[in-house]
Ligand binder design. Structure first.
Ligand SMILES: NCc1[nH]cc(CCC(=O)O)c1CC(=O)O
Length: 303
């Protein structure tokens, strides 16, 4: 019996599911894709506090719970941090590209955007960070898949902000784009990584998928997601974090912002890393406690 991989039908989701299928094929594991329709793909209202987290991930999780499929492939940043007892995160494969990009007709750098430039993003996390560094910018909410968001460049926008990972996966690397530095824009927790779930009682699928797990990436995203959940963030809050393993150290930088970007709390720290996730939990706790003592929970809750 081939492993059944549930996937949404957006080009990005299909790429990710096919990528996992190809990696499993190299390990001699047969798969079949099971396409699903998700409300996140058809709902074009702006993402704001009135919409639920987990929009993109619930439908394929349900497919696992209903035994319509064995494996769910998510963009990890879309996967809520709340644990579902009957599912297990069997693998986080190696993360290749994590930054956000400023996409424009000319590839202009963030620092060179003209005064009051119009920049499109649907994300409060990105909007708050843009405004924090450049209060003059006109941030306008945009929604839809990558292609839809790029079409805004023909409608008077100077630039739009997108995850580099999505552009690379969709082979849109010829687009003029500027990679934000981590000081200009920290990514969403889990950005650029995949998260692959199986049913918690399905040992066969777990063992197959777990071969794709990459420990340094797993530790990094565990630190990022632990911080997000302790700050009661949810995937829509203006909280950003980036962790990575450099040599023997696990390092993380994080920021919490007021939605208007006028206030921000930045913290970074590092810890010795020995191929497990306990260091990640410790690092996340340290940074989170500092940020909470500085008022981060109240800050991100502001409307
Ligand atoms: N929220 C939508 C979404 N979910 C995952 C990606 C890109 C891939 C990734 O960041 O892992 C995107 C598009 C974007 O943010 O530009």
């Amino acid at each position: 019996m081939p492993l059944r991989i549930a996937t949404r039908q957006s080009p990005l989701a299909l790429w990710q599911a096919e990528h996992v299928a190809a990696r499993l094929a190299m390990l001699g594991i047969e798969t079949v894709l099971v396409p699903m329709v998700s409300s996140g793909d058809t709902d074009m209202r702006p993402i704001d506090g009135t919409r639920q987290v987990g929009l993109f991930t619930k439908r394929i999780q349900q497919a696992l719970l209903d035994d319509e499929a064995d494996v769910a492939v998510h963009s990890l940043k879309d996967l809520p941090t709340e644990v579902i007892e009957s599912l297990a995160l069997a693998a986080v494969p190696e993360r290749e590209t994590v930054a956000d990009c400023l996409v424009s007709k000319s590839g202009i750098a963030f620092a060179d955007l003209p005064a009051e430039a119009r920049v499109g993003t649907g994300s409060r996390r990105r909007a708050a960070q843009l405004l924090s560094r450049r209060p003059d910018l006109q941030i306008e909410s945009i929604r839809g898949n990558v292609q839809t968001r790029l079409s805004k460049l023909d409608e008077g926008f100077d630039a739009v902000v997108l995850a580099d990972a999505g552009l690379v996966r969709l082979e849109m690397v010829d687009l003029p784009r500027y990679h934000f530095t981590m000081d200009e824009m920290l990514p969403a927790p889990g950005q650029g990584a995949l998260g692959i779930e199986v049913r918690a009682d399905d040992q066969r699928s777990f063992d197959a998928i777990n071969q794709l797990n990459h420990l340094p990436t797993r530790a990094s995203v565990t630190a990022e997601r632990t911080l997000l959940s302790r700050l009661h963030g949810g995937c829509l809050a203006p909280i950003a974090a980036y962790a990575n393993v450099e040599g023997s150290q696990l390092k993380m930088s994080a920021v919490a912002l007021s939605p208007d970007g006028k206030q921000r709390i930045d913290e970074s720290d590092e810890i010795a890393f020995k191929d497990d996730v306990s260091a990640a939990l410790e690092l996340a706790s340290r940074i989170t406690e500092k940020m909470i003592s500085l008022g981060a929970i109240e800050l991100v809750r502001e409307k």
